[in-house]
Design a protein around this ligand. Structure first.
Ligand SMILES: Nc1ncnc2c1ncn2[C@@H]1O[C@H](COP(=O)(O)OP(=O)(O)OP(=O)(O)O)[C@@H](O)[C@H]1O
Length: 630
């Protein structure tokens, strides 16, 4: 192939622009990205060579070499890994084939700091070379292809790249950075060495650089022809805990997660017994932009005896812990394990269970810590990841109880951070249930008329306003022996909390109001299953409740939004016998049609107060106007 010029995919151009402009303040990360690509390429070769040892050619030792040429102002990162064919070079370096690209582009805001964080998460890898280079030349040959099928890819990182066929004796890839004016610091051994030490020490392959010695005659350091390793070359997770500093753990996290921030917590263990494996698991400090995508694969890499097997091995973590990043290195799995096989393996099941317990343990130690800093960390975690953790209640029966203890809610006593244990510990004497209300927003929940009696009696009610809450409630029925009970379902039964006098009075009122209730039932027969007197209201004239076991108004709305039809069941209208409006209604000698209007307005208002939508808002407005004028 003679030299051909190609245009970058539109997204690449945009990303290139962003990378070079927004990541400059942390420019040395390009070295981490390129060394990581080189190491990945070697991992891939090792993996493919399991079935085809000939791919090693005459070079079985996998390594990364970094060199520079002061005259030419180039810095070169070479590996003898898998390499790329011409098609691969064009598709891997000229397009962004990842599925998240669209989402990613949609998230960009033009705010450099935020965008830089996003880019980090997304992992632009290779393109980060353009932060310091005004041209990158990649010379590569796919392992297994003959020497004359090498490829040279070259670009200035603007709109185009060039491709041509070359002869390349060794397999693998050389990434040659033509440094920009002012970036000469990367032509110094100490600078490159210290950056590699900082970011890439854990890489399990040797990273080699030419040795420097002191030339007394010239009175300066000179580069020799001898190569020496500049990293420890032992996989970080395989070292013992005492050998790894917190900084190294954090760097490793940043490397595998593309996060720019340190993790919230991590756990590193060697598990022995029936199944033998090492786990190094991290909880990020911030949610990634695609946290909500349940199809997104997990963030845990699988190694078998330090040989990289696959990224994002979802079978190693339950879906609700998809935000966990890290490495699991198994001593038992076969090297040629496939994703399908993983799903069925008993060893993997044991690893998943063990790792889940570790992650929950990490969260518990933050949540239950006496230290304020840990508590704050947990609160921050909950804000970002709480909704995802709630998915676990239905997914992971084994850990239901542990999960429920980790949940935090808003309540009528505090706007956030109320655990079920807190709730139970301050429950009123004689209180047999954990009361909650679901609503579309905190404001709607707080102002719901259904809460009035609970407020009056000082009984705490959990305010559940996350979309997953209704779903969570279909799996979480009780906590420490106390059932969870909706305040908007069924007749209010405060059990021992309600005194006998109140009960008696309510029954008497119901009796005396019977004619009114019958009239209301008749007027609302198409809309309400029943009309009854309630003790749950204090300030409001009426409210809507559904029967125990029926779909709540809130859930019906969620289902509708999701395009599903909720089973229709008419709600019950409850009225407050003490309220002036109800009294007026009772005393009114209005005509039948006027009474019907009043009844409809009462019902509509109860629907609105509950956060519901009126089926015929115009009719409501018309009736209210008529009443205002009347
Ligand atoms: N040294 C290399 N040898 C072989 N292939 C490479 C090399 N560097 C990059 N590639 C190929 O180019 C692709 C794009 O690289 P890039 O660094 O942009 O993203 P990535 O490595 O896939 O993603 P991430 O940086 O998020 O891990 C890689 O997936 C790989 O296929």
């Amino acid at each position: 192939m003679t030299k051909q010029t190609h245009a970058f995919q539109a997204e690449v151009k945009q990303i290139l622009h962003l990378v070079t402009h927004s990541l400059y303040s942390n420019k040395e990360i390009f070295l981490r990205e390129l060394v990581s690509n080189a190491s990945d390429a070697c991992d891939k070769l090792r993996f493919e060579a399991l079935d085809n040892a000939a791919l090693f050619e005459d070079q079985p030792n996998l390594e990364v070499r970094i060199s520079f040429d002061e005259e030419a102002k180039t810095l070169t990162i070479s590996d003898n890994g898998i390499g790329m064919s011409a098609e691969e070079a064009a598709s891997h370096l000229g397009t962004i084939a990842k599925s998240g690209t669209k989402e990613f582009m949609a998230k960009l805001e033009g705010d450099q700091k935020k965008d830089a964080q996003l880019i980090g998460q997304f992992g632009v890898g290779f393109y980060s070379g353009f932060i310091v280079a005004d041209r990158i030349t990649v010379e590569t040959r796919r392992a297994g292809l003959p020497a004359d099928q090498g490829v040279r890819w070259s670009s200035e990182g603007t709109g185009e790249y060039e491709l041509e066929t070359i002869t390349k004796a060794g397999r693998g890839t050389d990434v040659i950075l033509h440094l920009r004016e002012g970036e000469e610091e990367f032509l110094k051994t100490w600078r490159v060495k210290s950056t590699v030490g900082k970011y890439s020490d854990h890489i399990s392959l040797p990273i080699l650089m030419k040795k420097e010695t002191w030339d007394a005659e010239a009175a300066k350091q000179v580069v020799t022809d001898e190569w020496e390793p500049v990293n420890k070359a032992s996989a970080l997770w395989s070292r013992s805990k005492s050998e790894v500093t917190q900084e190294q753990y954090e760097e490793f996290y940043k490397q595998i997660s593309h996060d720019t921030e340190a993790p919230l917590a991590y756990t590193h263990n060697r598990v022995e017994g029936r199944s033998e494996y090492t786990q190094l698991l991290y909880i990020p400090a911030k949610a990634p932009f695609d946290l909500w995508n349940r199809d997104k694969r997990g963030g845990v890499k699988l190694y078998v005896k330090r040989v990289f097997i696959m990224d994002d091995a979802e079978a190693l973590m339950p879906v609700y812990l998809r935000f966990v990043k890290g490495v699991i290195d198994s001593a038992d799995l076969p090297l040629n394990v496939s994703r399908e096989l993983l799903q069925e393996s008993r060893d993997v099941r044991a690893i998943r269970e063990g790792s889940t317990k570790r992650v929950l343990g990490m969260l518990e130690s933050l949540a239950n810590s006496e230290e304020q800093a840990d508590k704050d960390k947990y609160a921050a975690f909950w804000t970002d990841f709480g909704q995802v953790l709630k998915e676990g209640i239905g997914e992971d029966h084994q850990n239901q109880e542990r999960l429920a203890k980790l949940f935090r809610f808003a309540s009528t006593h505090a706007d956030a951070n109320v655990s079920l244990a807190d709730y139970v510990s301050r429950a009123k004497e004689g209180q047999e249930a954990i009361y909650y209300i679901t609503a579309d927003s905190l404001a709607a929940a707080k102002h719901s008329p259904q809460l009035e009696i609970f407020r009056k009696k000082g009984i705490e009610v959990l305010l559940l306003v996350d979309r997953v809450d209704e779903w969570m409630l279909s799996h979480l029925y009780e906590f420490e022996g106390k059932p969870l009970q909706s305040v908007a379902k069924g007749a209010v039964d405060l059990g021992k909390l309600q005194d006998e006098d109140e009960k008696k009075k309510a029954e008497e009122t119901a009796e005396s109001l019977k004619p009114l209730l019958d009239k209301l039932k008749d007027a609302l027969k198409d809309r309400a299953k029943d009309v009854r007197v309630t003790t749950r209201l204090v300030d409001s004239p009426a409210c809507i409740v559904v029967e125990e076991g029926d779909v709540s108004g809130h859930l019906a709305r969620l289902l509708k939004q999701a395009g599903q039809t909720a089973p229709v069941s008419l709600p019950t209208l409850e009225i407050n016998a003490e309220h002036a409006l109800v009294k007026k209604l009772e005393a009114s000698s209005a005509s039948q049609s006027h009474f019907d209007d009043l009844a409809q307005v009462l019902f509509d208002q109860a629907v609105l107060a509950e956060g519901g939508h009126l089926e015929d808002p115009a009719a409501y407005v018309k009736r209210v106007n008529a009443l205002l004028l009347g």
